[in-house]
Write a protein that binds this ligand. Structure first.
Ligand code: PAF
Length: 288
C-alpha cells in the first residue's frame, strides 16, 4: 500500500504522538529521497522492529555549501513513495523548505565539535552542522523513536550518535550495513551523476578498501601503511582523484599511533564531477 504522504510538522507530530499513545513504537528513516535499496534496507530494518515506520524525504539546504549540488540533487517523489511502500513504510514526511525553515536562515544550529571537522568535514566545513541541525529538528518532529542510518555515511552516523548522547535525545540510533552494487560500489543517490566510464572506474574505492583490509589483516598496525595500501590502488586509476584514504579508530575517527584490534577504513575520491565516499571495518592482525 502507498504510504500516507504528510507535508506539515503539525500533522506528522500529532499522528505519531497518537500512535505512541496507543502503545505503538516508531521506526524512523531520515532521507533526502531519490531512494535506492540502501534506503530500502533501512526501511526493512525499521519495519522488522517498529509498529509504525516513518521516512522523511527532505533535501536539506543547510547541509550543502553554495558550490555544491543542491539545485541538481536528484528528486522523484512518486518513485520514492513506491519504493518506500514496497519496503514497509507507513508514513512519508516530505516537508517543503518553508515548512522546515519558515524564518529563513536558522539562528540556531547543532554542531558536533571535532567529530565534524576531519575527513568529510575538511572538504565540506559546514556540512555536518547542517546535518546535525536538520536531524535534531526531524527528531523533534517525529518524537521518541528508533532511527535508522546507513554505515555508508560512517562519519555522519558517528556525529548523530554523539549528538543524541550529548543532548540526551529520546532516540535509539541504529546503524545498518552498507548495501553495494554487484561490482562492490556502495549504493548512493549521487551514483546517477557518474558517466559510464566513471561508473566503471568507481569500483576502485571498493578495491582500495580491500587492499587496506588485506594490509590490516596481514598485521600492519601503522595506520600510514594501511592508508598507503589504499592510496596506491586509487592513484593507479587515472579517472580517480583521491581526496583522502585513512585507517582510523572506529569510535573517535582519529588516526591512532598504532591500530587496535579493529580499524575503520575511510576513503573519498572524485570521479569526474562526482565525489564518492566509502568505508569498511578492518580487523587488524590474523583472525582468531
Ligand atoms: O544521509 C542523508 O540522507 C542526510 O544527510 C540526512 C541524514 C537525511 C539529513 O539530511
Amino acid at each position: 500500500m502507498a504510504p500516507a504522504l504528510l507535508t506539515t510538522i503539525d500533522e506528522t507530530r500529532s499522528l505519531l504522538d497518537e500512535r505512541r499513545r496507543d502503545g505503538a513504537t516508531v521506526g524512523f528513516v531520515p532521507t533526502m529521497g531519490y531512494l535506492h535499496d540502501g534506503h530500502g534496507s533501512l526501511m526493512r530494518a525499521a519495519r522488522a522492529e517498529a509498529e509504525v515506520v516513518v521516512a522523511s524525504i527532505f533535501v536539506n539546504p543547510l547541509q550543502f555549501a553554495a558550490s555544491e549540488d543542491l539545485g541538481d540533487y536528484p528528486r522523484d517523489l512518486d518513485r520514492d513513495r513506491e519504493l518506500a511502500g514496497a519496503n514497509g513504510v507507513d508514513v512519508i514526511f516530505a516537508p517543503s523548505v518553508d515548512e522546515m525553515y519558515p524564518f529563513g536562515p536558522v539562528l540556531t544550529a547543532v554542531s558536533v565539535g571535532e567529530l565534524s571537522t576531519a575527513w568529510e568535514g575538511a572538504s565540506r566545513p559546514t556540512h555536518f552542522t547542517g546535518v546535525a541541525t536538520v536531524v535534531s529538528k526531524l527528531f523533534n518532529v517525529v518524537g521518541p523513536c528508533r532511527a535508522y542510518f546507513g554505515e555508508k555515511d560512517y562519519q555522519q552516523l558517528a556525529v548523530i550518535r554523539r549528538m543524541v548522547a550529548d543532548l540526551s535525545a529520546p532516540i535509539a540510533v541504529v546503524g545498518c550495513p552498507i548495501v553495494r552494487e554487484p561490482d562492490g560500489l556502495a549504493m548512493s543517490s549521487r551514483n546517477v551523476y557518474l558517466s559510464p566510464a566513471d561508473r566503471a572506474a568507481a569500483v576502485v574505492l571498493r578495491r582500495a578498501l580491500d587492499a587496506g583490509r588485506e594490509a590490516a589483516a596481514g598485521g600492519a598496525t601503522d595506520p600510514a601503511t594501511v592508508a598507503a595500501a589504499m592510496t596506491d590502488v586509487v592513484t593507479a586509476e587515472p579517472r580517480a582523484e583521491l581526496d583522502y584514504a585513512a585507517a582510523v579508530d572506529p569510535d573517535t575517527l582519529t588516526v591512532p599511533d598504532r591500530l587496535g584490534s579493529e580499524a575503520r577504513l575511510l576513503i573519498a575520491a572524485r570521479l569526474g564531477r562526482t565525489r564518492l565516499i566509502d568505508n569498511d571495518a578492518a580487523p587488524v592482525g590474523p583472525a582468531g
